[in-house]
Write a protein that binds this ligand. Structure first.
Ligand code: NDP
Length: 290
């Protein structure tokens, strides 16, 4: 069934979302702080509202995709939210998701937070692998799930409105470490030594081959036994670190992206856990004990 919805924010991501809903035949009312940035969508069939408040007044289902949580507050300031189903696809922290949920509910709206695991070219493309984490009102999610599934896949991860952001940011944080590693690797090879184009497929395959190690970590965390099925023990890994550092020195590459992780390994080793693999370091990062 075709529905009508409002979308606040026609930046790169908002525009991609709007196009997906328009292509599926939905009536889309859009608003953007800088109106010129919404004009291309008008030509494609969207209605451009003159203010966020008017856009919110047009439809029960209101999707927000703005820069950050502060811009969500700015845009919705003064809009009548009573009876609205607010879906916030703006990237934020778990705490911001929870606070925004309480804020929306106090104004009479149901609230769902979303974390988009896709880049704009993946939006509205079948089988792109992109999806959105959702958490918050289960009733809102159930009622609008078909509409929400049009731009990208949906993964509902619980009623706690902070959980979508927690999943999203945890994955982004892992990606950050991966990018740190590959930045170091590309610095190390030196284009005059090894062609980056020859190296890239080797790097992609290696990262893919190593990725399933996450299941071992999860298994150890859930069992509480960090010495279970150890493949590469910490004592051996720490010895290997010295080779990584000497190679960086030989190639005259800064080790700054590697050393924080290596220092954490040394701390765990100093506690006498050389027979584990990396899982014990998860505990070392926990600041609640301090
Ligand atoms: P853009 O920078 O392209 O767009 C930002 C949008 O926020 C614009 O509509 C901008 O309006 C608006 N905005 C910024 N500040 C304010 C404010 N104070 N009041 C009102 N509106 C404001 O970003 P994207 O569209 O790429 O990203 C939007 C969200 O989607 C972000 O939270 C991002 O993390 C998330 N996301 C983006 C991905 C991507 O690859 N692009 C991937 C996954 C998530 P104006 O045009 O007037 O400046």
């Amino acid at each position: 069934p075709r529905t009508s919805l409002t979308l606040l924010g026609t930046g790169a991501m908002g525009t991609a979302l709007a196009r997906a809903w328009l292509a599926a035949g939905h009536e889309v009312t859009v608003w953007n702080r800088t109106p010129a940035r919404a004009q291309a969508l008008a030509a494609e069939g969207a209605v451009v509202a003159p203010s966020a408040a008017e856009a919110v007044a047009t439809n029960r289902l209101v999707i927000v995709c703005l820069l950050d949580d502060a811009s969500v507050g700015d845009a919705l300031d003064g809009a009548g939210l009573a009876g609205r189903d607010l879906v916030n696809l703006t990237t934020g922290t778990p705490g911001e998701g929870r606070t925004r949920a309480a804020w929306a509910e106090a104004r009479g709206a149901r609230f769902l937070d979303g974390g988009i695991m896709a880049v704009p070219p993946m939006i509205g493309v079948a089988d792109s692998g992109g999806y959105v984490f959702y958490s918050g009102s289960p009733e809102l999610f159930e009622e609008h799930r078909d509409t929400l599934a049009i731009p990208a896949g949906t993964r509902y991860v619980g009623a706690d409105p902070g959980f979508a952001a927690l999943h999203d940011v945890a994955l982004l944080s892992a990606m950050s470490g991966m990018f740190a590693g590959l930045t170091h690797a590309f610095a190390l090879i030196r284009p005059e030594d090894i062609s980056p184009k020859d190296f890239a497929p080797l790097l992609a395959d290696w990262l893919t081959a190593m990725a399933p190690a996450v299941h071992q970590t999860a298994d150890q965390l859930e069992s509480g036994d960090y010495t279970r099925n150890v493949v590469s023990n910490l004592a051996m890994q720490a010895a290997g670190n010295a080779t990584l550092l000497r190679t960086a020195e030989e190639q005259r590459v800064s080790p700054e992206l590697l050393t924080p992780y290596m220092e954490l390994m040394e701390r765990r080793l100093a506690q006498g856990h050389g027979d584990e693999d990396g899982t014990g370091m998860v505990e070392l990062l926990d600041l609640r004990a301090d």
